[in-house]
Design a protein around this ligand. Structure first.
Ligand SMILES: NC(=O)C1=CN([C@@H]2O[C@H](COP(=O)(O)OP(=O)(O)OC[C@H]3O[C@@H](n4cnc5c(N)ncnc54)[C@H](OP(=O)(O)O)[C@@H]3O)[C@@H](O)[C@H]2O)[C@@H](O)CC1
Ligand SMILES: [K+]
Length: 488
């Protein structure tokens, strides 16, 4: 599991740890890890390379100067661009000068040339102490840096991104690599900030000893997903493995039903029961589906319903699914047709799977607002509906209504998944995992992980269709479980 903690939590853990260590020890650990990461990404050896340090007046600048000193001692030519020369971390600046580094200022005539000729630039303008958009001097440096061909390493965070929310207001540094200390920060895992971070390397500075066990955000890895995926046992028959009901599709949109069933068949439930107007299309493609042309109420027993993909404007099937006592997944038209109070007062869990536009409509805000502040949007929606919410997009997020439960971030997405019908496959897959008995947070995050991985397999660097994504799910499942012993 990869986890991220908010700034306030990091600060508290840092204070406790610092009290146990000699002064300056944490900054030295950070700088040592940072310098090593820089040496790894330099295109040639450290000796003779040109390194520029963008240096703010806080400890982020201090880390950067100490790392620069280490690189200078190994023969790099290091220049620090100081944003506030009289307030720069004094010990760190002395260390750099002693190692042979030089300094200049943000508006010096030589700064643009230094940036243009650099092999490597370290962004130490601000870290977790940065708030609001970058101030003009700092924004000027970020703009100059955007035109430099140098490799950019952000120190702790790309300057200009909001550490706790992943929002980016105005200018921000775009890094090739972010070297972060102690724990990930939420902004490193959530778009739009995540995109500014490039790849992310975590340096262990011993903070894990003093961080609380529950993070703000977590991101499942292969082993976590393998442990959550349902496994049939010798006792299993199709009903014990769970039956998932799919109330989807219409005469106008039969494809949505076929794709939701395609996802559902690959999600671990023992059987898929389809109700709706697309029975012919579903049976033609998947003859193993149980079909009925009644609504969910009379369709027979299921362990979870998926309601809404391509459903059109008839609210009855959605209402009937919500009236059941089993988990319900609402997607697409189902999100629009569901009555909020009914969702809030249900005893059984509800899982909602909107994309940004659908989430915006439900929250009464613009799509842009949701995309700029995805973490806030997913939490607000989960609270408003008292439901688990999976917000689809460039970084898919899953939140429960409980503010103390970490939000999950899916790490496996691919831009190729932004294709028609891909959401229908995901809804069937997640519904199937609900029917197999997974709690909504686990069903949603496991489904997103599988779906993202299947999307990568299906695309393999080229455009792909939702159908191919569904067909790649078993390969993704096998890849995840292969490394885990005793998985059938
Ligand atoms: N936590 C840990 O365990 C460890 C933390 N460590 C490191 O410490 C870092 C945190 O250091 P920090 O607290 O000194 O804050 P930091 O990020 O340097 O920013 C403050 C400076 O930025 C300025 N500033 C603020 N907003 C701005 C803006 N919008 N635009 C421009 N400037 C702005 C602000 O100016 P002021 O408001 O004072 O005028 C002040 O000068 C952390 O990220 C990590 O790198 C490691 O050493 C080891 C262990
Ligand atoms: K930074």
């Amino acid at each position: 599991m990869r986890s991220a903690h908010r700034v306030e939590t990091v600060r508290t853990a840092e204070r406790t740890l610092m009290a146990r260590l000699p002064e300056g020890a944490l900054m030295q650990r950070a700088a040592a890890g940072l310098a090593a990461a820089c040496a790894d990404v330099l295109p040639r050896r450290v000796y003779g390379s040109r390194v520029v340090l963008l240096t703010g007046s806080g400890d982020n600048g201090g880390d950067t100067l100490y790392a620069g000193a280490r690189l200078a001692r190994r023969g790099a030519g290091v220049t620090a661009v100081l944003l506030a020369p009289d307030r720069t971390h004094p010990d760190a600046l002395r260390a750099l000068l002693r190692a042979g580094g030089t300094t200049t200022t943000a508006h010096s005539a030589t700064t643009p040339t230094a940036l243009a000729r650099a092999d490597l630039v370290l962004d130490g303008i601000v870290g977790i102490g940065g708030r609001g958009g970058l101030r003009p001097d700092a924004a000027h440096l970020a703009d100059l840096l955007a035109d430099s061909p140098a490799t950019v390493v952000a120190v702790d965070l790309p300057s200009g991104v909001e550490p706790d929310t992943g929002e980016v207001r105005g200018a921000a540094v775009r890094a090739d690599l972010t070297v972060t200390f102690g724990t990930h920060k939420p902004g490193l895992l959530v778009d739009p900030a995540r995109e500014y971070a490039g790849s992310v390397r975590l340096i262990d500075i011993g903070l894990a000893e003093t961080l609380p066990p529950t993070p703000a955000l977590e991101s499942l890895q292969h082993a976590d997903v393998a442990a959550l995926l349902p496994r049939p046992t010798g006792e299993s028959d199709k009903y014990r493995r769970g039956v998932v009901g799919v109330a989807a599709g219409s005469t106008r949109y039969p494809g949505a039903a076929v794709l939701a069933v395609a996802g559902a068949l690959r999600g671990g439930a023992g059987a898929v029961r389809y109700v709706g107007a697309a029975t012919e299309a579903v049976l033609a493609r998947y003859p193993e589906t149980l079909v009925s042309n009644t609504g969910p109420k009379k369709a027979g027993r299921v362990q979870a319903w998926v309601a809404g993909p391509g459903a059109g404007d008839d609210p009855t099937p959605v209402a009937e699914a919500l009236a059941s006592d089993v988990p319900v997944l609402l997607d697409a038209d189902g999100l629009r047709l569901a009555d909020r109070d009914t969702v809030r007062t249900r005893e059984a869990p509800t899982l909602m799977t909107p994309h940004a536009g659908e989430a915006a409509a439900l929250l009464g805000v613009s799509r842009e607002e949701v995309e700029a502040a995805r973490l806030t949007a997913v939490r607000d929606l989960a609270r408003a509906y008292d439901a688990t919410v999976l917000l689809k997009g460039s970084t898919t997020l899953i939140a429960t209504p409980d503010p103390d439960t970490p939000v999950r971030v899916n790490p496996t997405g691919t831009p190729w998944l932004a294709t028609a019908g891909s959401g229908d496959v995901l809804s069937g897959l997640a519904g199937s995992l609900l029917a197999a008995g997974l709690p909504p947070l686990d069903a949603a995050s496991t489904a997103a992980y599988l779906h993202g991985l299947a999307g990568r397999y299906a695309a393999d660097g080229a455009p792909t269709g939702a159908h191919d994504v569904a067909e790649a799910i078993p390969a993704a499942w096998r890849d995840i479980t292969r490394t885990v012993p005793y998985h059938p």
